[in-house]
Design a protein around this ligand. Structure first.
Ligand code: WTA
Length: 652
């Protein structure tokens, strides 16, 4: 039994939102939540149509949902430009001169863009893309640091109907190549570099390296974030252009044309159980409705809030809860470029104090790192502006929850522990801050319109405290539409366990009050610092090294990162294990995938434990790294001495 399950069986601490919070919140009582949830499940079309109406549509839909499992179309016949809801509408609703983005660079500079300024920048960059031959449905890759230009580039793509695919700036050149090949992108928007922990990440250099292998890119637009001294770049004639040069040539007005509600909005790659990342496709109308609605109710965004989500735009959290959802709500948000511990672990709290952040959304892994760094950092700052806290990305352990509640929230901010995925597009299970009683470690109850359940192997609903698979039984607007270019994988991965129902890939259970407790992934996907990482991806990176014959990768519990990466490697004849090779392999994985994938530990073994049919027994390796022991059945093992050898090594 995992720690999480144990803690929830005994977790008695319950926290209720204060009367004052409830009074001003959109959803004020559990009765109101239950009534609305019931309606939203019984009549999803009524619920979602009411929400979608609050967005800007150029043409209203004729049908809310067309569902031919597993393919959904939402707001059929409707036409909109996503950018109008996120930006243009605020020019006429009184928010034109309100701060949309308050940006802070890692070195400390600060810049504010009002909605009117954001509009001008987005229109201008939309024209830049058009001038560079980008047409609706063309794929544009965005590989940028956390600067407003990343958001501007995303919105500009949306504005002209191009499909963006953002790659996290921590990914390597090889990872860029894989994704470019998969989505056949035509253009890349990047920067000369980005600041991270005082250093410069050479983004343009990585793009250049990637483009030695992928030839389909016609245009690279480079935003100058750093400058030539610290980030010299080579510009290839006829292919590369500076953002500022292109911008100067383009007008700053652009009329937003409407696209079909099901027009593709973006492709975002995420890890699955094979070595090949999945290109998750989201479409315009439904995705916007989902992100807008969840921001409104779960973050309870009000006009005088200052909201800050610390995710990177390279992940789904940055897409849904930096770019689309918050802007569609017209909120003021803080965006920060750099690392949480630069120059020290006080940085986040300094930012909260400086800008009077009211809603703060981060990941459990960050919270655990803060706990370790010490209370002196938050204690040095006035955090009293905060009214609501959120977490995302992995199960939050009760210790981290309590620390967040007490040290950051001062004991009186509700915490919304939000469960969702790249595939779901928007938050699926979460407390509503004005009404839901919370307990440390549970994401609590399904959001409106979300019919979540835990099923056993036969498709029967599990009883309270019985573990099973987390499924969603009805379609929802922000659900993925497919895996780009791979319908079969889409059907097999998400829709084959229980016909017509979405399998999330997470194990979970509900308690007696119906709260959902997420245990973790059931597939070969790790969650390292809140980032999904396929064990197969790391394995294929390892075996791409000339010395490696075979590799098996498993996760182990890790104090800060949630899960750490452990690799077992057998070497090709003529190679010897050594500390130097260990380092070399770690760097090799970093080079092929990105730093987040570097194994924490590598064990060299003469052979890997296999079944008689030749399958690597990862289950044993997992148990071994977690506990140092093997308790389960090993009779199917081909050679049991292999395990004893490994056990001895790990003990050492
Ligand atoms: C995990 C991130 C427990 C889960 C938005 C899911 C969580 C995967 C939570 C998706 C949470 C995310 N509690 N587990 N609040 N949020 N997860 O696609 O295993 O990067 O399947 O999306 O993260 O990760 P992804």
């Amino acid at each position: 039994m995992s720690k999480n399950i144990e803690s929830h069986l005994t977790e008695e601490r319950t926290f209720k939102p204060s009367k004052e919070f409830a009074k001003n919140a959109r959803i004020k009582s559990m009765a109101q939540y239950r009534r609305m949830h019931k309606e939203s499940i019984k009549k999803p079309a009524t619920f979602w149509a009411r929400e979608a109406k609050e967005l800007s549509w150029q043409k209203k839909w004729t049908k809310v949902l067309d569902w031919k499992a597993p393919y959904a179309k939402w707001f059929v016949g409707g036409k909109l430009n996503v950018c109008e809801s996120c930006v243009d509408q605020h020019l006429t609703n009184g928010r034109a001169n309100k701060a949309a983005i308050i940006w802070e660079g890692e070195p400390g500079e600060s810049r504010t863009l009002t909605y009117r300024q954001l509009h001008r920048e987005v229109c201008n960059f939309a024209n830049v893309l058009i001038n560079n031959g980008i047409k609706p449905k063309d794929r544009v890759m965005i590989y940028m640091p956390m600067t407003p230009e990343a958001v501007i580039a995303m919105l500009a793509c949306a504005r002209i109907g191009a499909v963006h695919s953002v790659i996290f700036g921590g990914f390597s050149a090889d990872s860029i190549v894989d994704r470019l090949e998969d989505c056949e992108a035509k253009a890349i928007v990047t920067s000369d570099g980005g600041y991270r922990r005082g250093g410069v990440v050479p983004l343009k250099q990585n793009v250049d390296d990637a483009l030695k292998k992928y030839r389909g890119i016609e245009t690279v637009i480079v935003h100058q974030r750093i400058g030539t001294e610290k980030a010299p770049v080579k510009m290839k004639r006829g292919r590369d252009a500076w953002w500022h040069d292109e911008s100067a040539k383009a007008p700053s007005t652009h009329k937003a044309k409407a696209f079909d509600s099901e027009h593709p909005l973006f492709i975002l790659y995420t890890s699955g159980s094979t070595g090949k990342p999945k290109g998750i496709l989201h479409t315009a109308g439904g995705y916007l409705t989902g992100t807008y609605t969840t921001c409104k109710y779960i973050f309870d965004m009000q006009d005088d809030d200052v909201y800050w989500c610390t995710a990177d735009v390279g992940w789904i959290t940055g897409h849904s809860y930096i770019t689309y959802g918050p802007l569609a709500n017209g909120v003021t948000q803080v965006m920060y470029e750099g690392a949480p511990n630069f120059p020290d672990f006080g940085r986040f709290w300094k930012i909260v104090e400086k800008y009077n952040v009211t809603i703060f959304y981060t990941a459990p892994t960050a919270i655990r790192a803060f706990i370790k760094a010490g209370n002196q950092f938050p204690e040095a700052h006035d955090l009293s502006s905060l009214r609501l806290l959120g977490t995302v990305g992995e199960p939050i352990n009760p210790e981290a929850w309590m620390w967040y509640h007490e040290k950051i929230g001062g004991g009186n901010c509700p915490i919304v522990d939000t469960w969702w995925q790249t595939e779901t597009g928007a938050i699926m299970i979460s407390p509503l801050p004005g009404c839901t009683p919370t307990k440390p470690g549970t994401a609590t109850l399904p959001f409106f319109g979300i019919d979540a359940a835990i099923l056993d192997e036969n498709g029967n609903e599990c009883k309270a405290n019985e573990g099973g698979k987390l499924v969603i039984r009805q379609p929802w607007p922000s659900m993925l539409r497919t895996i780009y270019g791979d319908k079969k994988r889409y059907r097999d991965t998400y829709w084959s366990d229980y016909p017509g129902q979405y399998t999330a890939g997470d194990g979970a259970r509900t308690d007696k009050q119906g709260n959902f407790w997420i245990v973790g992934r059931l597939d070969d996907v790790l969650n390292v610092s809140g980032h999904r990482l396929g064990t197969a991806e790391v394995e294929s990176a390892l075996v791409a090294h000339k010395a490696v014959a075979e590799a098996a990768v498993v996760g182990r519990p890790h104090e800060i990162k949630g899960q750490g990466v452990v690799a077992f490697v057998t070497l090709k004849a003529g190679n010897k294990s050594s500390e130097a090779l260990n380092q070399e392999l770690r760097n090799h994985v970093g080079k092929i995938i990105g730093a987040i994938a570097k194994p924490d530990e590598i064990y060299f073994a003469p052979a890997l434990p296999k079944t008689r049919s030749g399958k690597i027994m990862r289950r044993l390796l997992k148990e071994l790294v977690a506990t140092g022991e093997i308790t389960g059945n090993i009779t199917t093992l081909e050679d049991s001495k292999v395990i004893q050898d490994l056990q001895a090594q790990i003990k050492k």
